[in-house]
Ligand binder design. Structure first.
Ligand SMILES: [Zn+2]
Length: 137
């Protein structure tokens, strides 16, 4: 099964925030060179309300950090910043969402527009979706 299909099955619908979470988790994991599930921890700062909070489900699926294992933390915040920490060497980085992408998300009105944008995100270069708030260090 494709990752996105698995994510929809778990989450219940296709949305841009779910897709962004999926992509960010994968990207973070790769950038800090951590092992999925147990090799990292994630601190996700974001406005803790739907649909933004759908991001957390994508993030859990791709990073393997889950609320149940308590290696992902959700911190209610005005801005979005996701910190990935490699538990082996403590190296970490912080990712945010690219400003023009945020703009587009804020303009979404219909369900159809949301699904279209989600599909578009899946085809985009992941690096164009994010902005690096803090480099790996
Ligand atoms: Zn959702």
């Amino acid at each position: 099964m494709k990752k996105i299909d698995e994510a929809i099955k778990f989450h219940g619908h296709l949305g841009p925030w779910l897709v962004l979470g999926l992509i960010f988790g994968e990207l973070g994991l790769k950038k800090i060179k951590a092992r999925k599930y147990f090799g990292l921890k994630v601190d996700a700062r974001l406005p803790y309300r739907k649909p933004v909070s759908c991001f957390i489900d994508g993030l859990q699926l791709s990073s393997g950090c889950t609320l149940g294992k308590r290696n992902i933390r959700v911190i209610n915040s005005k801005n979005i910043a996701v910190k990935f920490t490699n538990l082996k060497n403590r190296k970490n980085m912080i990712l945010g969402i690219n400003d023009s992408i945020l703009c587009r998300l804020n303009m979404l009105k219909t369900h159809r527009e949301s699904e279209d944008l989600a599909a578009k995100f899946l085809r985009m270069n992941p690096n164009r979706l994010c902005k690096i708030i803090r480099k790996v260090s």
